[in-house]
Design a protein around this ligand. Structure first.
Ligand SMILES: *[C@@H]1O[C@H](CO)[C@@H](O)[C@H](O)[C@H]1NC(C)=O
Ligand SMILES: *[C@@H]1O[C@H](CO)[C@@H](O)[C@H](O)[C@H]1NC(C)=O
Ligand SMILES: *[C@@H]1O[C@H](CO)[C@@H](O)[C@H](O)[C@H]1NC(C)=O
Ligand SMILES: *[C@@H]1O[C@H](CO)[C@@H](O)[C@H](O)[C@H]1NC(C)=O
Length: 694
């Protein structure tokens, strides 16, 4: 494009100046007519809440005349959403996002991001409706399985960054969601969340801010209200907090049908999804503030260009467009195989590394040598009823969650099948896969050890009714009656109360909903092919009363303020604390050097088998009336360490991480004094402490 031509056509809008948008995009926008501009900010492909054939879950049409490809969006939480029966088996059914996060491995999360990006692209999509990053406030939250922050803003920051980087390097735009204070599913369209500014800034915003810093293309505003106003029409939230304070240059899209009134574009919303509600009709968009439409379109096109979806006359797009809706994408969408042997292996590796060993009395695990194992309980042979799931969009099971995050697995490996396949010649398995106690006891008669399984699932739209696993009674009776060591394997969608049986069981392990490789991953852990190295990103409390319940009326006031999740339980006994996860080996920690806020910590494997450790840094602020409670400020995972081997981990804490939000200043401000640094194996297992004066 010629410069003179551009100057003639370019309206110098206020918004373009704020953005400092690049001139290619300015020129492109200048060439668009009003209807083309409007078409890019309002979704297509849905009529009266029904998805039309030939379209993805979210769609923006192409502007062929100007070489702008269509935007094709698909969920997210466990991979490429199986909205059509034909897609099942063509895509990987990954562990849930919380499971990926529970490996506490930023590189693994980035690998997953790349794999997700590749599968979306193979299916013709160029936008993924993830990551979901809300910090868990309510233990029963129906979508906690997809919220990769667990109970920690810091875990969320690190995981959000890795996810966004991995996905976007594959030419797929990421959407961080759901902004903001979308902490429960019950009454999600009407609940009005009230949190003070400091709580929002210190607890709930950091994972979102990290995504902004990583260059995430889009934000999805949530169904709920914040301070009395729906998120998608909340100017304080979208303009002041997000675009001005966090400096977000991408675009805000609504959650599906989360627009409730006309005029939200003037409160910071850039795109109405899925677009069949009429709120972004031409008439309504005609009533936009000056320059606002160009700002909205510029934001969308800038992000498309950034991830490589837009070419110029001189340079083709790094990720050329593969197809356009409607219809032209059908072969990719319905027929293309996006999964691969490499992705199947990665799904298994992630599921294996996501397992947290909560308890292992007398080293009952791993199981090796000549043994007879009884495998008892219905959850060890969990069903995967595809036709039932295809009929009910929010039906989950013990492999995948329900709702928009669901990826139906074609043939997930059950626990008992995984254990049989991994047993080898010397191990005999006797199974009884019902919850009948007598049959279980019969199966245990000649066994050396009994393995039983507990699970539950969750979905969006409503919260869990209980924190117990569905087999709580059976497992409790079984471990009570067992005269041989008992091992309990859990597949869960978030925090779980297992105190009825955790005391009596010899060993307990947790894997969040594990996707297609569930049973094989369990086999890797149970037989010691790999030592467990996951850590709980949430607390397993002693009882439901210790956890925050979903609000049943509005306003929903966040009275606990900063004391969210584990930080609200530091004075209480818990069953298994945040950050907890044992290994088959042992690790010693030693501070090797200290320079300001920079530490080098040596971790040595002092046990008898190979393993990996996640070292966590907890920081206690100087004593002051308004000091925040103890907080996770960093973590590092070692590589696989052989017995006797050690690794030097570097913790380089930025002074910015030790600040605290001042509502008066409207910003984070420095805190000075003595900070206690605890290097720990869990939030309640501190190994080395030091004091740092700032
Ligand atoms: C919500 O209300 C609190 C307390 O009044 C206020 O400090 C904060 O700025 C508000 N935030 C938003 C996004 O409205
Ligand atoms: C998908 O593949 C089938 C079988 O090869 C073929 O009949 C069908 O036309 C393909 N669908 C599309 C939309 O191309
Ligand atoms: C699967 O679910 C359907 C209900 O949609 C039911 O009729 C069928 O019996 C179930 N199949 C199995 C194997 O449980
Ligand atoms: C298990 O725990 C729940 C909730 O704490 C309790 O209501 C129930 O009675 C317990 N069941 C058994 C068998 O102890």
């Amino acid at each position: 494009m010629k410069l003179a031509y551009a100057v003639l056509l370019l309206p110098t809008t206020l918004y373009a100046q704020i953005l400092g948008a690049d001139s290619d995009i300015d020129q492109l926008v200048a060439q668009m007519d009003t209807s083309e501009k409007y078409s890019i900010v309002n979704g297509v492909g849905w009529i009266s809440r029904k998805q039309q054939s030939g379209y993805y879950i979210g769609n923006e049409p192409a502007v062929d005349r100007l070489g702008i490809p269509s935007i094709k969006m698909q969920d997210a939480a466990q991979g490429f959403r199986t909205t059509d029966e034909r897609i099942i088996g063509e895509v990987t059914a990954w562990p849930c996002s919380l499971g990926v996060a529970s490996a506490w491995d930023v590189d693994l999360m980035e690998d997953w991001g790349h794999a997700l990006g590749k599968e979306h692209r193979a299916k013709g999509a160029n936008m993924i409706l993830g990551p979901s990053v809300n910090v868990h406030r309510v233990a029963k939250g129906g979508r906690n399985a997809e919220y990769l922050s667990g109970e920690s803003p810091k875990l969320g920051e690190e995981m959000a960054r890795s996810y966004v980087r991995g996905v976007q390097e594959e030419g797929v735009m990421a959407v961080v969601k759901h902004f903001a204070l979308n902490n429960q599913e019950n009454d999600r369209n009407t609940i009005d969340s009230h949190a003070d500014e400091r709580t929002m800034q210190e607890v709930y915003y950091p994972p979102f801010k990290a995504a902004v810093d990583e260059g995430v293309a889009s934000f999805m505003c949530s169904y709920n209200l914040v301070n009395g106003t729906h998120s998608c029409g909340n100017e304080d939230l979208l303009v002041r907090d997000l675009k001005e304070r966090m400096g977000f240059e991408g675009f805000v899209m609504s959650d599906w049908w989360a627009v409730n009134e006309v005029g939200y574009q003037n409160a910071g919303l850039d795109m109405d999804m899925p677009g069949d509600d009429g709120y972004f009709s031409s008439d309504n968009l005609d009533a936009s503030d000056d320059g606002r439409i160009d700002d909205m379109v510029t934001r969308v096109l800038t992000q498309m260009k950034k991830v490589g979806l837009l070419g110029t006359d001189d340079q083709p797009a790094a990720f050329p467009n593969l197809c356009d809706i409607p219809g032209d994408c059908d072969d990719l969408f319905y027929n293309a195989t996006a999964t691969s042997a490499a992705h199947e292996a990665l799904a298994l590796s992630i599921a294996t590394q996501s397992v947290a060993l909560l308890k292992n009395e007398d080293d009952v695990l791993p199981i090796s040598g000549a043994k007879t194992i009884a495998v008892v309980g219905s959850a060890c042979d969990a069903s995967n009823n595809i036709s039932a799931m295809l009929k009910v969009w929010d039906l989950g099971n013990y492999y995948v969650m329900g709702g928009s995050g669901r990826v139906i697995a074609e043939d997930p490996v059950s626990i008992v099948r995984g254990l049989q396949e991994g047993a080898g010649d010397t191990i005999t398995i006797v199974e009884s896969t019902t919850d009948d106690l007598d049959q279980a006891l019969a199966a245990m008669e000649n066994a050396d050890v009994v393995l039983t399984c507990g699970a539950t699932t969750s979905t969006e739209g409503h919260d869990r009714a209980s924190l117990l696993v569905d087999q709580d009674d059976f497992i409790t009776q079984l471990v009570e009656a067992a005269t041989i060591p008992s091992v309990v394997l859990l597949n869960t969608p978030g925090a779980t109360v297992i105190s009825n049986f955790s005391g009596k069981a010899s060993a307990v392990l947790n894997m969040f909903l594990g996707g297609q490789a569930t049973g094989t991953a369990w086999s890797n852990i149970i037989y010691g092919v790999e030592s467990p190295s996951g850590k709980l990103p949430v607390t397993f409390p002693l009882s439901e009363e210790d956890a925050v319940e979903p609000c049943s009326s509005s306003p929903c006031t966040y009275d606990e303020k900063l004391e969210v999740g584990w930080r609200g339980l530091v004075e209480k006994d818990v069953d298994f604390p945040f950050g907890h996860g044992l290994s088959y080996t042992n690790f010693d920690y030693e501070v090797k050097s200290k320079d300001g806020l920079k530490f080098e910590l040596n971790v040595e494997n002092t046990g008898k088998s190979a393993g990996r450790e996640v070292v966590q840094l907890y920081v206690t602020y100087p004593v002051a009336e308004d000091a925040p409670p103890v907080e996770l400020k960093g973590f590092k995972k070692t590589g696989v360490l052989e017995p006797g081997q050690s690794e030097l981990l570097e913790f380089d804490i930025s002074p910015d991480d030790l600040r605290s939000w001042s509502t008066n200043a409207g910003d984070f401000v420095a805190v000075s004094g003595d900070f206690q640094f605890d290097f720990a194996s869990s939030s309640r297992d501190v190994r080395v402490s030091d004091t740092v004066t700032v």
